[in-house]
Design a protein around this ligand. Structure first.
Ligand code: AP5
Length: 212
């Protein structure tokens, strides 16, 4: 099993890069945010419980998140964990379960960049593709390139919720920077750069040949 962890504030570009890297490097991309949103969409019990936290920009309780993550992993895969762990206790639980990350990639962006990226983010309600109305525009006005359906804004992408998500990140998730740095597996990335430049840097760090 091989595990990479993508760490960083909301809007840093973790999901965008995880999708690209997964395709090139043969990883399975597991975003706990996406998995939770899927449960909400399906109206499951877990989804209903998670929604009340997500709508406020608060973290969903560890037990729910770990349950959903584990049910999507097998013992021999190659994974990019995007948005997990998000607290020291999640990181410790992960290790108790024998899930040890090889590398933790920290996507560094200041709050204003993150908020600007999120306020122009639109997603496809059908396939989950992510766009940015300035930097990663759909070919036709607010329509998904693949599905041709109208793009939507995520429920938790309203500015006041985004600010709270950033505050929660600083308080609960940022302590993981020292935690993984002390283990010698943290690599910092300047995520204010353009998407292609960031992908090249990731491929270089991971020793994967760039065949784009
Ligand atoms: P989650 O879905 O994980 O949200 P997040 O971490 O806040 O991250 P985002 O999806 O907002 O941002 P991203 O870094 O992936 O950026 P993206 O690539 O889309 O979590 C949502 C909620 O679920 C949480 O608040 C919590 O309630 C719950 N949750 C999830 N995991 C949990 C856990 N482990 N424990 C407890 N609760 C949990 O990019 C953003 C925008 O910028 C896009 O429009 C994109 O097109 C654009 N963009 C990307 N890269 C660039 C670039 N280089 N230059 C310009 N624009 C760019």
């Amino acid at each position: 099993m091989e595990i990479l962890v993508f760490l960083g504030p909301p809007g840093a570009g973790k999901g965008t890069q995880a999708k690209r890297l997964a395709e090139i490097g043969g990883y399975t991309h597991l975003s706990t945010g996406d998995l939770l949103r899927e449960e909400v969409k399906r109206g499951t019990d877990l989804g209903r419980q998670a929604k009340s936290y997500m709508d406020k920009g608060e973290l969903v309780p560890d037990d729910l998140v770990i349950k959903i993550l584990i049910s999507n992993m097998s013992s021999d895969g190659k994974y990019i964990l995007d948005g997990f762990p998000r607290t020291i206790s999640q990181a410790e639980r992960m290790e108790e379960l024998g899930l040890r990350p090889e590398r933790v990639l920290l996507f560094n962006v200041p709050e204003e960049v993150a908020v600007e990226r999120i306020s122009y983010r639109r997603v496809c309600p059908k396939c989950g593709a992510v766009y940015h109305l300035k930097y990663m525009k759909p070919k036709e006005d607010e329509l998904c390139d693949r599905c041709k359906v109208k793009l939507i804004q995520r429920d938790d992408d309203r500015e006041e919720v985004v600010r709270n998500r950033y505050r929660v990140y600083l308080e609960k998730t940022a302590p993981l920077i020292k935690y993984y740095s002390d283990k010698g597996i943290l690599v910092e990335i300047d995520a204010t750069k353009g998407p292609d430049e960031i992908l090249s840097e990731l491929l270089k760090i991971l020793g994967i040949s760039d065949e784009r």
